[in-house]
Design a protein around this ligand. Structure first.
Ligand code: DGP
Length: 140
């Protein structure tokens, strides 16, 4: 039983404009594109976020994202791409999806996702140290 709209797309219950499908990955047009040709790439298996993604699906998923990004130039005349994934926060569909958005210089997308901040003195080193500690292998 499909549990979210992307499961319904995977099962064929919900129609979409597919651009790629294999056993592990499906890619289709986002129905509310940032720019026309904006593609979503999903595992066919129900996986909610990056943290839930099994290792064996990482390479197939990213390979399709790379192929879609490579197709944006020849197919649509894009000069580049924006590749992104929301996890939990701002994630409106609880089924992992990579956004691949065609970009062209002067297209008007100016980092609307990311208003930038600044580190206070010493704070940058502290953030880096906290992350390095969390990234250490469990037996370190
Ligand atoms: P996010 O906000 O990162 O979870 O992006 C979800 C995207 O999914 C959003 O850009 C709109 C798109 N979307 C939601 N429902 C459907 C649907 O039923 N069909 C298609 N093609 N896209 C959908």
């Amino acid at each position: 039983m499909a549990s979210d709209v992307f499961c319904q797309i995977v099962s064929g219950e919900l129609a979409t404009h597919e651009v790629w499908r294999d056993e592990q990955v499906v890619a289709f047009l986002d129905h509310r594109p940032v720019f026309k040709g904006h593609v979503l790439i999903c595992p066919t298996r129900h996986v909610e976020t990056l943290l839930d993604l099994p290792g064996e699906l990482m390479q197939p998923l990213l390979t399709v994202a790379q192929r879609v990004a490579a197709a944006l130039g020849p197919a649509l005349g894009a000069q580049g791409s924006f590749v992104a994934m929301n996890n939990v926060v701002s994630q409106s569909v609880p089924h992992l999806h990579i956004h691949v958005v065609p970009r062209t210089k002067g297209d008007g997308l100016r980092g609307f996702f990311w208003p930038r901040t600044r580190y206070a003195a010493g704070e940058e080193a502290e953030y880096a140290a906290r992350l390095r500690r969390a990234l250490l292998p469990d037996d370190a």
